[in-house]
Design a protein around this ligand. Structure first.
Ligand SMILES: Nc1ncnc2c1ncn2[C@@H]1O[C@H](COP(=O)(O)OP(=O)(O)OP(=O)(O)O)[C@@H](O)[C@H]1O
Ligand SMILES: [Mg+2]
Length: 234
């Protein structure tokens, strides 16, 4: 399961990242959202990204995931500088190493839970299904009895856990999650947080999770708050 206890490295190193968007009057008046964001995330850590609505949480996750390009600053993921890569190289690197989980659990409705979890990795790498790895992930996320179910037959919490199971089953060392618990009730949110924290620690996955919910942020190993375009370490 890719456990590398011997090497505690920085999974993410962001330096002086800036991003502005066109304001209401258009590109002549740009609005600075990120004004020089710098932080590091240790491998195997579970970090909450908080901040008021519009503070730039999604923007930051999208920069890390490669959906957006920064105006300036650097992003180093798993020891690799993204700026030095060609767009194709960066896309392949991210597909293999970074997984993004959205608020809306994105599952393919016509595939079972098992197929949703294993197909992306099996199709991408041609690797045979690692049953043992699958069983351990399903256990950790309390999905063992749901393998043959379709997404429509799951609760919201189970669907969201299934998306994380897919991210964990892939080789992605870095998991970016944007408000993954927003549609879950308190009990489901707490269960998801507990499972994510354990998975991060056990399998050395680095999780950065944007959330409005300060109770959930407390469960994480660490909290970063975006305020006035920069990171505050709480
Ligand atoms: N494509 C875009 N074009 C123009 N402005 C944008 C764009 N994307 C985001 N913004 C602006 O950037 C700011 C930060 O948005 P972002 O979505 O990152 O906030 P957030 O912290 O995720 O908020 P929320 O908690 O509501 O999800 C907002 O003011 C938003 O209007
Ligand atoms: Mg957001």
């Amino acid at each position: 399961m890719g456990a590398r206890k011997d090497k505690k490295m920085e999974a993410v190193k962001v330096t002086c990242l800036k991003k502005a968007f066109p304001g209401p009057l258009g590109p002549e008046e740009m609005e600075d959202v990120l004004k020089g964001v710098s932080f590091t995330l240790k491998e195997g850590s579970f970090t909450a990204l908080t901040g008021s609505s519009g503070s730039g949480k999604t923007t930051l996750l999208h920069l890390l995931a490669g959906f957006l390009t920064a105006d300036s600053g650097t992003i180093c993921l798993l020891g690799r500088q993204l700026q030095g890569m060609s767009p194709k190289e960066a896309a392949i690197f991210r597909r293999r190493h970074v997984s993004m989980v959205f608020q809306e659990a994105a599952l393919i409705p016509s595939l079972t839970v098992e197929e949703n979890i294993v197909l992306p990795l099996v199709m991408d790498t041609g690797r045979l299904l690692d049953q043992d790895r699958l069983v351990r992930i399903l256990d950790a996320l309390a999905l063992s009895g749901k393998l043959g179910r379709y997404p429509a037959e799951l609760s919201g919490g189970e669907r969201q856990r299934c998306v994380f199971a897919r991210a964990l089953f892939s080789d992605a060392e870095l998991i970016l999650a944007d408000e993954p618990a927003a549609r879950l009730d308190t009990r489901q949110s707490l269960e998801l947080m507990g499972a994510l924290k354990e998975c991060a620690h056990t399998w050395h996955r680095t999780v950065l999770m944007a959330t409005h919910n300060l109770d959930l942020a407390q469960i994480c190993d660490r909290e970063l708050e975006i305020r006035d375009g920069v990171i505050h370490f709480l």
